[in-house]
Design a protein around this ligand. Structure first.
Ligand code: DQA
Length: 169
């Protein structure tokens, strides 16, 4: 099964960006790990990153047309982009929302809203780059269309039991 891992703005700066929040692996390393994790799970993973919202919308629209499952870290767009919200609404295959940090535990109020969560089958936040592996494991479950290869996390909608998860609308 093909899976797209789509990363939004500033995630190309991983490894050079706020290590204390985002850790040290650069984006290329994250991409390699995702491909390897996916292979072990029987998934064909393609990782993309863009700082351009229109590009992200084109990728999401194509994923909708092709019914491709998506792991999405929309980064800052998560918190304010109604265009991303509308694009997520059109997805047919499961969408898993990922954040390296846990936005709900960060001090900035604007990070406490997600326009992706309403359309996400599950949300993984606050697990660093390992969160991408968890997201791929979720998609690899037979109930999500995968083969079930590999051990997955629990079926909780929030794999990070943060004290203040967002309310799904
Ligand atoms: C992020 C969290 C967002 O609030 C932030 O704007 C990012 C990265 C994360 O992965 O933790 O750029 O999505």
């Amino acid at each position: 099964m093909k899976v797209l891992v789509l990363n939004g703005p500033n995630l190309g700066r991983l490894g050079r960006r706020q290590h204390e929040i985002y850790g040290s692996p650069p984006h290329a390393e994250l991409a390699n790990r995702c491909v390897e994790w996916g292979r072990a799970l029987g998934l064909e993973v393609e990782v993309r990153q863009t700082n351009h919202e229109g590009q992200m919308l084109d990728w999401l629209n194509a994923a909708a047309d092709d019914a491709t499952p998506v792991v999405l870290n929309a980064a800052a767009w998560t918190h304010y982009s109604y265009a991303i919200y509308d694009a997520c609404a059109q997805l047919i295959a499961p969408l898993v929302e990922v954040h390296i940090s846990n936005p709900h535990q960060r001090p900035e109020e604007f990070r406490h809203t997600s326009l992706v969560t309403p359309y996400a089958a599950e949300v993984v936040a606050g697990h660093g780059v390992e969160g991408y592996r968890m997201a791929l494991e979720i998609l690899a479950r037979p109930s999500r269309g995968g083969t079930g290869r590999g051990a997955g996390p629990s079926d909780d909608p929030w794999t990070d039991p943060s004290p203040s998860p967002p309310v799904r609308s």
